[in-house]
Structure formats: structure tokens, C-alpha cells
Design a protein. Sequence first.
Length: 747
Amino acid sequence: MRTLSILLVISIICSEFIPVSGSQANANSSGNSDFCLQLLQQMTLEEKIGQLHQLSLRGDIGEETKKAIRAGKVGSVINIEPRYMNQVQELAEKESRLKIPLLYGRDVIHGYKTIFPIPLGQAATFNPGIVREGARIAATEAYSEGIRWTFAPMLDISKDARWGRIAESLGEDPYLSSVLGAAMIEGFQGKSLADKYSIAACAKHFVGYGAAEGGRDYNSTNIPPVLMHNVYLAPFRAANQAGAASFMASFNDNDGIPLTGDTELLRNVLKNKWQFPGVVVSDWNAINEMIKHGFATNRTEAALKALQAGIDIDMMSSAYTNELQQLIAADSSLMTLLDDAVLRVLRMKQQLGLFEKPYNEANPSLLYAASHLESARQAAEESFVLLKNNNLLPLKPEWNTLAVIGPMADAPHDQLGTWVFDGEKDKTITPLRALREYTGRKLRILYEPGLEYTRDLSRKGLKKAVETAQKSDIVLLFLGEESILSGEAHSMADLNLVGLQSELVAEISKTGKPLVLVVMAGRPLTIEKEIEQAGAVLYGFHPGTMGGPAIARILLGDVNPSGKLPVSFPRHTGQIPVHYNHNNTGRPAPEKLPSLYEIPREAKQTSLGNTSFYLDYGFRPLFPFGYGLSYTRFEYSDFKITRNELHSSGEISFSVKLRNTGNYTGTEVVQLYVQDVVASVARPVKELKRFERVQLKPGEQKEVVFTLITDDLSFYGRDLVKTIEKGLFRTWVGTDSSQGLQLEFKY
Ligand code: NOJ
């Protein structure tokens, strides 16, 4: 049965091509239906295993590696510098027996040279269009330097800001992550993988990694099946539907099974049930790490478990290279699994057109192209979230003398964010530079950082910063995190501002000058106290190359902020996980909570309502998912069901009127949430189902229409089958996840 299904996969993998003659791999492969299969038949066991071996090449290539490539023992390479690419490719192309080209991969996460906001910032745009364009630009620049495979997008649902990799995520919501993740894949891969400037995407990390215990990176997860299917798998399902060429298995063990060896999720769900036709790559050295997990006794067993589970490419553990030969000698039935894995790799290379065009045709003129910088600026502008504004922003025309203070005002390296191997700080425009070069009106900029960098513990600059603030009309205080404080292996237990930044805020606020905080960080920070001391707060997740001009344009009113939070902001780290789409519990917290300090001394054991909240921090976040202000005001009205055909066509439509009642043109992200009130398993209090960015001029009104289908109202129950159940649904439309106009309907 298993052999049969593998043969089926093999035939699907190679079915689209018409045969041509020629035995070597670099003979014309496009249009050859049996090309991959024919090639496979010519391969020795060693050559097959070679296709599954990925290694990292940094700097000059050594003799050992050259030998391995000539012998067909390497299939793909990570981290190679462009200047070595063609020379190394020649070893495979000219000197190996079958001349199968190498595939070059790299972590191109949020831009190659032109750096876009970190993925969490891109998620704050709620704009699939700009996210797609960002990935397209990243692909174009990366392709022009020979890269054909990126390890992005990261689709791990992230509700824990302690986890450093929240920066690389699209936030806490499965629907938003699905829509934006699919957009990224479309951007990277273009219309066809074979097209110039298309690179293969990799949906990672499959699956659950974002739920790492305590937010500590690489940690175990404990996600039960219903939650796994409804929440954590959702963006990966969307990625498969969007045609992601590859998936990466995650480091974590879920409920005791490392994903690298999880046959149920990798082989049964992803490859069999979802019919994913592409390549599954392990994470870095993850096959070996199953030994440390305590899931494999030695490398031989680890290699066996990974192959059985469905890992096709071994990234950097050499377990396949060293162990598969003897494993197959002992059990020849493993050959079918091996052949399936090899065919997937050959197929990806074929789809990328590598057999025809193995060499890198560098086109440096595309790097940092003006249109790329323009898009990066737009993405950054849309990614900033206005958290507070007591009428300070946009800056009033009479405020000409601006004090620019803080460690992030002129930190070109740090505003780029995590996972930037190729973007250069010299090409980055900081807010200080953008404000100094601003031509829209005359400004006098007084710059005094106060702190050299965010972790600076020296007080020596504070006095000068205060003096500078005193000489200004208004203070712009730039705070946040250096890029190295978030990302992989950079988890934090405390989410307050690091270094003496809080002290800097306190000292500046004592001057009584109007104070605007601009924060650039890799995650939500617990800045309630600092927000109270400021008149306005603009929050950005590391905004990339063009962060400076984006900030200047927002502060000066050329751009009206429209970003919305893709993740709930906790008031205190102890509240984590705090997310909007939680279940209700049998004892939900009431609107009004008792205060810690109202409880009498020596009070008798008392119920205090016996509900689910913290005595000191309640249950609400500092800011809810979907939150973000504008310089204008939006009014929602007339929310209604315009068509209910759930039982016939399977569709239901809603409309709402949105009016701009303020004085600025602005863009609102209209959000539609749904609750399945009673079901066979308890459902979340609310789930985002649709959103739309709507731009309106002052006084303008628009009707916004959303259509849902039964699939949107369905969920995975105990049997893990997706179904819609009869009963009552509630729906809200509004400006964020905590409020909105409400309706009910029945299915
Ligand atoms: C480990 C990371 O978890 C993964 O996301 C990345 O793609 C690989 N290293 C390769 O750098």
C-alpha cells in the first residue's frame, strides 16, 4: 500500500513533462515527462543520497567539498557568497557524472539588499498587496545574485512576545498569517518558478514552534490536536494551497515528538492528506538533534526516523550522507522513501529551470533600485501603529525646533531588524537623517542621543539630552530594541525597555515639553508606564532600510498612520500568553474587576467573583489585536446581513458603512470577527475572518461588503474533520478586536 502511494506521488511529481532523449541531466529538461524519473534511474545510491545533502559554504571552498560535489554527493548549498557561486556550480555541472545542478538557498526573510520591515511589521500593514510586493522585490534582488531558494515565510503563530522569533512571524492570528503568508509565497515564487526573478519559498517551521514553552527558543510545545488543526496548521494549509515549493520542519518536540521525526504530521498530514508535492527540508542539524531530544539513540536511528517521517533534505547534520547507505542495505524497502525524496528535490530543481540555467547572471543594477526603495518606504509607512495621540501629531506648523533624542534616532544597523545578512547599514536612512533632509518645511533639528544604544547603562549623556529637550518646541524620543535583541535564540524574560531608556523617558518628561515616543523593536514591549508619560506614541517593528523617511512623513503629516497590531500587547510579561482569540472559560472575567488595593487586610477567603483574571493586572492587554489609531476618525454604522444563503449557495454577506468624520484623509483596516457560540468543542470568543483596508477623504463614506462561505464558519472538532455545526453565530465589525458593531445569525 505504502509503495503504491509513493509510486503515485512519483508519477504526480513527474507527470507534466514530455520525454526527450539524452541521458544527462543538463540535457533539455523542460517538456520532458519522464525527465526526473529517467534521471533517478541513472543515479547510484550515493548520488541519490547526495541530492538530499545540504551543506553550508562560507568563504573559499575546500578540497574535501570540491571532491564531494564532483562525486555528486551534494544537492544544495546554504549561505554561499555570490562570488563563489558559478565556480562551485561548475564542479557539479562540468565535473560530476550526471551534471545535476546545485541549488543555492539563503535566509532572505524581509528583503535581500533593500530591507522591508520585519515580518511582524509587514503584518501590521494588514496589506497583502505590499507584502507580496516586498517578497517580489526580495526575490528579484536575491535572484540577481544567484539565490534560487529562500527559507521564508515563517508562519509560526506567535502569541508570546518573550520568544525572540515573534519578530519573524506574522503575529498571533491564523487568518491574518494565512492571507499574508500566501501573499509572501506568491511574491517570492511569481507566476512560475521558472521565471526570471522567481525563487522557491519555504513555509516554516512546520509546526507549532511559536508555542515554545515560556517563550524560550527551541523549547518543547504542547499543542493538542484540535488546537493544532484549527490554529497552528492553518497558515501552513494556506501555504500549501498557495503553492509553496518547500516546507521546513521545526526544531520543537510537540507532546514529546520532535517534528523532524513526526510521521503523523509530516507524512500523514502534510504529504498524504494535503498532497503536498514539494520538498520538506529539516531545520539546521535537526536530524542529529533528535538524539539530544531523547528520541533517537544515535545518528543511524535519527536518519531512519527522519526519512520515515518525510524529511527530504537534511540541512547540515550529515546524517543522511553518513547513515542512509547502511540503512538501505539493511532494509531495501526504504528505497521507495529515498526515491520519493530524491524525486521531490529533482522536481524542484526542474521547476526552477536550473537544469537549463544553472549559472548566476548577476545584475547588480537591481539592488536597491529606486522603485524597491519606494516600496520599502510605503511598507514601512503602513507598518507603523499609532498607539496614542493627545493631539500632538501630526506636528503642528508652529513647532519648528525639534529635539531628536534617544538611542534609535540614528541607529542604521538596528532599525533593519533581525535576519539581515545582506542589507547594509550605509544604505539605511535613519529618522535623524530623514528629518534633517526633510524638504516639506523648515525644521531646526537639535540632536542629542542621551544613550548611545538601547542597552547603554551610562548616565553621562542624560543631562545633555534634557538640556536639548528644554531648548525645543517638542521632543521626539526614539526608543526600542537593537536588532540583536530579537530573532532566533534571542528570547527575553523581561519586556520592559532595556538599559536606561525608561529613565531617559522620565527625565525628558519632567521638562514638561510635549513628548512623542517613537519605538522600534522586534516585539511588543511592556511600555505602559512610558506611554503614560508621553503625549503621543508611534510604534514600529524594525522598519528596515526606509524606516527614517517613513517616520518623518508620518510625524509631519504627509502620511496618516494606518498600521494595526498583529499581536496583542501585554501590560506585563506575567500576563503572557495574552491573545484575543482565546476560549471563554466557564468563568470569564467581568467588565469591572476588583482592585488589588481595595481588598481589606486579613480579608477572609473570598470569591472576588471567582473569575479568570490577575489581581494585579486584570485580564485585558495593554492594546488588543487589531488596534491602531489614525489622525482622522472613522465611524461605523448600518452593519447588516445583506444576503444569507448559507444553506443554498453556502454564502453569507454583510455590509457596513464607514465614514471619515475627521479632518485628514486616512485608511482604516475594517475587521470582521465571528464567534461560533456553542459547538461540540468550545470555540474562541472571536476569530478574525476578513479585513479590508479602506481609504477615505474627510467626510467621505463607503459601504464595505464582506462575504463568508461555510468553510469560514467551520472548524476541526474532536474527530479532526472540518465541519460547520448548526447553531448561533455572532459577528462583529469594527476597528479592532475589542469592540465593534454586533449581529447574530443562525446556521
Ligand atoms: C535555523 C532557523 O531555525 C531557520 O529558520 C533557518 O532557515 C535555518 N537556521 C537556516 O539558516
